[in-house]
Design a protein around this ligand. Structure first.
Ligand SMILES: Cc1ncc(COP(=O)(O)O)c(C=O)c1O
Length: 259
């Protein structure tokens, strides 16, 4: 998509040893006079990484030196953080509000993936441009979906909390399960509903392993390289599924790896 617009994507390395949080210093070091947009995502897909507030503060401070860079922060997993980790919204920094775009939606918090609805917050200077895009690309959401969206936001939020607690339990099952498998080690994700285990010791290239697990074990995972060129050696497992199915998946992966 970035290349389609004629721009050149520059990946920011997201490191396992850093709990898959992005580093402010590393991100800032990649900015050049040609940089136009910095895309951020925390809590993150595919890693489950959550970037701490201190690091985001450092990033925002550093961005003062780069006023030509707009920031797009995808915060769609904002309510899904664990182990006391807190989501830090880029909206809490007035100093970058004139160049900040924030994305969010119904898919994750209210499990309304199929409804195809999201929202975004734009700065005045970009509003007219995005209005033209929106009118032509994603306007006229059908009325039942819009009413469902209002009900989700206005209604009681206890199911959201219940769901987050369920994800937290599943997360523990997934991490323990993956860490018990030969050749696999999994850092504990602090947010979203993904685990991003390191599979380098299995000897399998990540995409081939994901394909073989689907074909031979009936377990659907995604190879890290499908999320970017730095994803080799990792696979993504979504735990947006029942505990029972997660346990079955781990058992099947084990059988596959030990056969
Ligand atoms: C980081 C991130 N942003 C946005 C989305 C968009 O979700 P949807 O298109 O279902 O609203 C996803 C879905 O997986 C995601 O992981």
């Amino acid at each position: 998509m970035i290349e389609f617009t004629g721009a050149k994507p520059i990946p920011v390395p997201i490191r396992e040893e850093n709990g898959f949080a992005f580093s402010a210093e590393e991100t800032l070091s990649l900015i050049t006079p040609n940089t136009r947009l910095l895309i951020l995502n925390s809590p993150a897909n595919p890693t489950g990484g959550v970037t701490p507030k201190s690091e985001i503060e450092k990033l925002v401070k550093g961005l003062e030196a780069h006023p030509h860079v707009a920031i797009m922060s995808d915060e769609i997993y904002d309510v899904m953080t664990y182990d006391g980790e807190e989501h830090c919204s880029l909206l809490s920094f007035p100093e970058i509000r004139d160049r900040l775009i924030v994305l969010n939606g119904w898919s994750k918090t209210w499990a309304m993936t199929g409804w195809r609805m999201g929202w975004s917050i734009w700065p005045d200077q970009l509003y007219d441009k995005v209005r033209k895009l929106a009118v032509n690309c994603w306007s006229c959401v059908n009325a039942p979906s819009q009413f469902a969206g209002i009900a989700a936001i206005d209604g009681p939020q206890d199911d959201v909390e219940k769901m987050c607690r369920a994800f937290d339990n599943r997360r523990k099952i997934v991490v323990d399960g993956l860490n018990s498998l030969p050749g696999i080690s999994c850092t504990t994700p602090k947010g979203a509903f993904y685990a991003f285990p390191n599979v380098k010791e299995t000897g399998w290239p990540a995409k081939k392993l994901a394909a073989a697990l689907l074909d031979d074990a009936g377990v659907a995972l995604i190879g890290g390289p499908d999320f970017g060129i730095l994803g080799e050696g990792y696979i993504r497992l979504s735990y947006a599924n029942s505990e029972e199915n997660i346990i079955r998946a781990i058992e099947r992966i084990e059988k596959f790896l030990t056969k």
